[in-house]
Write a protein that binds this ligand. Structure first.
Ligand SMILES: Cc1ncc(COP(=O)(O)O)c(C=O)c1O
Length: 405
């Protein structure tokens, strides 16, 4: 259809670019469809299939007739499984009215921010960050306040920097560990130090995005704020889901536990957007939470091995540095040593965006520039891709960087 002037779009959307991770993935798909040989290391999407017992539970639910409108906040069966999961994994006790099931962790975040943010409010986001938090906050008219986390600190927020970032306008502080994109993890002591600062800002909610909780490379349990500092629990929203842990990105099930007042407001937002999650997907999620956890361990070990391999390979490449991720499935190499130089193909690489563009055009490897996560000059490489894809991707990245003049 020819592009023509027409009815207007919402003014607030002008500030909301399409998420760079999705843009990069779409670009890779389009180039592939056009016949290019593309290795995509863009999305945090497990290459493993959803465990068979989970798929079977969905099938059985559909055959039982669980195909009608679901309850808005989640089916009783899944909410019970979520309550048991929070108790088992995090030592957190939630009543039914304190749990919300949504369409992935993303919708939980959307519900929470939309339910609480007014124009002029601020949300403190440690950077590098998963790009949804600032974009969703902007859609609600609020201002993201970025808290820079240094590579020298393992990309962890320091209590001092958190203290500086919080103002009287702060409505939320976001904590996401293991972190996307850096893989940084926070231990109990680090969380306690941040809790000390958060105690001094009783007007702020805290979002603990634990979506990668089971993907800590060495298998140690991931501590979460509401359990480590129970006195803060009345203003903490703990969110997670099945996408990453159980290779269920397409099922769209996430959930959160938090104070009933907040959860009820979030359900209100969800009721006016999507309504409840498909009961078939909820039955699958319940089976994932309640069934054997054996495959979780197998996948975690595979991601840890891939991470070790990718980090070692990147560190051996001229001009690259690479911090050691503690969890999740990303590597976040620094490209500062290559800026201001030309690629073999003659492109002058001035920043991480130009690096990724040249890598895509010259070697057919799609990755996401660090600027999209609020920290440059870095590149996010997803290690959730399969072994063969990763091997080929690394070979091409190696050839690319060795060609810099
Ligand atoms: C940090 C973080 N939180 C939440 C999500 C949301 O995942 P989903 O909506 O698939 O549950 C993602 C997905 O990439 C993520 O990286």
């Amino acid at each position: 259809m020819p592009e023509a002037a027409g009815p207007g779009l919402a003014a607030r959307l002008a500030q909301i670019p399409r998420a760079a991770t999705m843009q990069a993935a779409e670009r890779a798909r389009a180039l592939r469809a056009a016949g290019r040989d593309i290795i995509s290391l863009t999305l945090g999407e497990p290459d493993f299939p959803t465990p068979a017992h989970v798929v079977e539970a969905a099938h059985a639910a559909a055959l039982r007739g669980e195909t009608k409108y679901p309850p808005l906040t989640g089916t009783p069966a899944l909410k019970a499984a979520v309550a048991a999961k929070f108790r088992r994994d995090s030592g957190l006790a939630f009543e039914d009215g304190e749990i919300l099931v949504g369409h992935g962790g993303r919708q939980i975040i959307y519900d929470a921010l939309t339910a609480t943010l007014d124009p002029g409010d601020e949300i403190v986001v440690p950077a590098p960050y998963w790009n949804a938090y600032p974009l969703i906050a902007r859609m609600a008219g609020a201002a993201p306040v970025l808290l820079a986390c240094e590579e020298a600190d393992g990309f962890r927020p320091t209590p001092e920097a958190l203290d500086r970032a919080i103002t009287r306008r702060t409505k939320w502080v976001v904590l996401n560990y293991p972190n996307n994109p850096t893989g940084a993890v926070l231990d109990r002591a680090a969380l306690l130090a941040l809790a000390e600062v958060l105690r001094r800002a009783p007007w702020a909610w805290v979002m603990s995005d634990d979506i990668y909780e089971h993907l800590v490379h060495d298998g140690t349990p991931n501590p979460t704020l509401a359990a480590v500092a129970p006195d803060l629990a009345h203003r903490v929203l703990t969110l997670t889901g099945v996408s990453k842990t159980y290779a269920m990105t397409g099922w769209r099930v996430g959930f959160a536990g938090g104070p009933a007042r907040l959860v009820s407001a979030m359900a209100n937002v969800q009721g006016q957007s999507t309504g409840g999650v498909s009961p078939v997907a909820q039955a699958a999620a319940a089976a994932a939470l309640e069934g054997t956890q054996d495959q979780v361990g197998v996948m975690r070990a595979a991601y840890a091995a891939r991470s070790a391999r990718v980090v070692a390979a990147l560190r051996a490449m001229p001009g690259l540095t690479c911090h050691q991720p503690g969890g999740a499935f990303y590597a976040y190499p620094g490209v500062a040593g290559l800026l201001g130089r030309r690629t073999r193909g003659g492109t002058l690489v001035s920043d991480d965006r130009a690096f990724c563009e040249a890598l895509l055009m010259e070697e057919g490897v799609a990755a996401v520039h660090g600027g999209a996560f609020g920290a440059s000059p870095y590149v996010r490489i997803s290690t959730a891709a399969g072994e063969a894809v990763l091997g080929e991707g690394l070979a091409r990245i190696g050839r690319f960087v060795s060609g810099f003049q």
